[in-house]
Design a protein around this ligand. Structure first.
Ligand code: ADP
Ligand code: MG
Length: 562
């Protein structure tokens, strides 16, 4: 059969064009991506062979190999993992399967610097090979296929690729890069060793490098041999005290394909009733698709060190979807499926435990104000879904929220409810807040006048989720949340006796005016009342407290044509 020419999916072509310009300063990541793919391929086969040991019988030791050929100018990354059939190669190496890909490219700005940062987050995977190679050839044989059912795929990265059936003696994949003239430096043994050590230290499959050994007697020809570069121990199985920060960071990059360091992490090994190891990370920046519903989140699941699945969403609630990482447990069976996961008591226990771990990690991060501000700006809005979604941990999540307040006079969201409560005057029994369309609208709202005059701090909220959040939580630390826009603003003991008297008097005094206003406004309002809450403004509209219809909500309803 002759090789068939196929066009890349439009997005792939776009990606390839972008790559050339955007990752020039970080070219070596191609090796991380290819080793990472090899490691994934091995993990997949290791998993399949639990059910079907025959798959790996004739080649039982998994490996990844990197070999430079100076004469040919090629670099080859090989693995004996799951491999690909012709159809699989066409599907996986010609398209991008990620959801939201099209949208991603539509939104990609013209700003080169920004684009390159986004590209990093997006994860370029296999296609990063074209950063350094002007031809990439993949020869692969699926673990389930015969020697003559292998595939040869090749492309110069210019819009098309060719693929055809071929023969291959052993299962797995060889990725052969014909390096660009300018990138021949990647054939150097020391360069390779350096990069591989950095990127594969924590990979649980041995990575071997083809190295030259110069004999003591210089007249003799040098010999070549495979040398194992990493120690092939899964990082999370090591005791936390033996793992260096650099290793955690590299592992994070391997896990998430993020090019940036993580903001923080938590590594826990738990024995006893429930046995598990978890390694959780918080990224520095929110992924571009944090609000994309189709986007798969969740942890990597391992059972007794065997990789089982990606994106196991069962182990963390939705409001913690920005947490990356893995869980390895001995309490689930190796043949666990998504269906079994969904209604297993072990899953529920793990979810409870991991949710706590994640919240504790965020709590620890909060001790560092600068880092927490960074975190809050990226993920605060998602965390705000928490108190309503997860009633069990409501109090703990509320503690992690940050607000702007009338105290600071700026829009910086750095006040915690604990701070607020700590500085409440003794007579104050409630937590006062206001929601509005913007910081300015909240800070300058006439509803705040009395509270301001009395020196009561008010939390200022203007996120889209705030209205919903505040409408669905009752209290923190036993103190009720009260909207500053509520009709009978309950000031409790803060109410001034003198003011009460004045109010009664002015009520009598203005009875006529109130009657006239009621008539004029007719059915448009429920009631007209004299108030002592305004200081500078003559009048304001309020919602009844029990109606829960605050200003912001009313505006939303109006906008929706209600
Ligand atoms: P990702 O790894 O995020 O899925 P990549 O672009 O790195 O994206 O790889 C695309 C797909 O190509 C992989 O999901 C896998 O199906 C296939 N693939 C790549 N490299 C290998 C390999 N060494 N062995 C088997 N399949 C591979
Ligand atoms: Mg990949």
């Amino acid at each position: 059969m002759a090789a068939q020419v196929h066009g890349f999916q439009t997005e792939v072509t776009k990606l390839l064009k972008l790559l050339a310009n955007s990752l020039y300063s970080n070219k070596e990541i191609f090796l991380r991506e290819l080793i990472s793919n090899a490691s994934d391929a091995v993990d997949k086969l290791r998993f399949l062979s639990i059910q079907d040991p025959l798959l790996t019988k004739d080649d039982p030791l998994f490996h990844i190999r990197v070999k430079a050929d100076e004469a040919a100018g090629t670099l080859t990354i090989s693995d004996n993992g799951i491999g690909m059939t012709l159809d699989e190669a066409n599907e996986h190496l010609g398209t991008i399967a990620k959801s939201g890909t099209e949208e991603f490219f539509r939104n990609l700005s013209q700003d080169q610097a920004k684009a390159s940062q986004l590209i990093g987050q997006f994860g370029v995977g296999f296609y990063s090979a074209f950063i350094v190679a002007d031809r990439v050839t993949v020869v692969s044989r699926s673990a389930k296929a015969a020697a003559n059912e292998a595939v040869r795929w090749t492309s110069d990265g210019n819009g098309t690729y060719e693929s055809e059936l071929t023969t291959k003696d052993t299962r797995g994949t060889d990725v052969i890069l014909t390096l660009k003239d300018s990138e021949k430096g990647f054939l150097n043994e020391w360069t390779l060793r350096g990069i591989i050590t950095k990127y594969s230290d924590h990979i649980s499959t041995p990575v071997w490098l083809w190295e030259k050994e110069t004999p003591a007697d210089e007249k003799k020809e040098p010999t070549w041999k495979w040398v194992q570069v990493n120690d092939a121990k899964a990082l999370w199985t090591l005791p936390p005290k033996d793992v260096k920060d650099e290793q955690y960071k590299e592992f994070y990059k391997h896990l998430t394909h993020d090019y940036d360091d993580p903001l923080t992490w938590a590594h826990n090994r738990v024995e006893g009733d429930l046995e598990y190891t978890s390694l959780l990370y918080i990224p520095k920046t929110a992924p571009w698709d944090l609000y994309n519903r189709e986007q798969k989140n969740g942890l990597k699941l391992y059972v007794q060190r065997v990789f089982i699945m990606d994106n196991a969403e069962e182990f963390l609630p939705n409001y913690l979807r920005f947490v990356k990482g893995l869980v390895d447990t001995a309490d689930l069976p190796l043949n666990v499926s998504r269906e079994i996961l969904q209604d297993s008591a072990v899953t529920r226990k793990l979810r409870r435990a991991l949710t706590k771990r994640a919240l504790t990690m965020i709590g620890k991060l909060a001790e560092d104000k600068t880092k927490y501000a960074e975190f809050w700006s990226q993920f605060g809005r998602v965390l705000k879904e928490g108190p309503v979604e997860d009633r069990t941990n409501q109090e703990e999540i509320l503690k992690l929220l940050r607000f702007a307040s009338t105290k600071s006079g700026t829009n910086a969201e750095d006040v915690s409810l604990t701070d607020y409560v700590a500085r409440m005057p003794e007579k104050q029994k409630h937590i006062y807040y206001i929601t509005a369309g913007s910081y300015e609208a909240a800070a300058n709202s006439p509803y705040l006048e009395t509270l301001k005059k009395k020196g009561i701090e008010v939390l200022l909220l203007w996120d889209r989720v705030d209205e919903w959040l505040m409408g669905n939580v009752e209290a923190f630390d036993g103190k009720t949340f009260i909207s500053a826009t509520a009709k009978d603003l309950d000031l409790g003991e803060l109410e001034d006796k003198e003011e009460e008297k004045q109010k009664e008097e002015s009520e009598k005094q203005h009875k006529g005016l109130v009657e006239r206003l009621k008539k004029a406004l007719g059915g448009k309002v429920q009631d007209v009342k004299v108030t002592a809450r305004l200081v500078d403004s003559p009048a304001c509209v309020v919602g009844a407290q029990d109606q829960m219809l605050t200003q912001q909500m009313r505006r939303m309803l109006e906008a929706a044509g209600q």
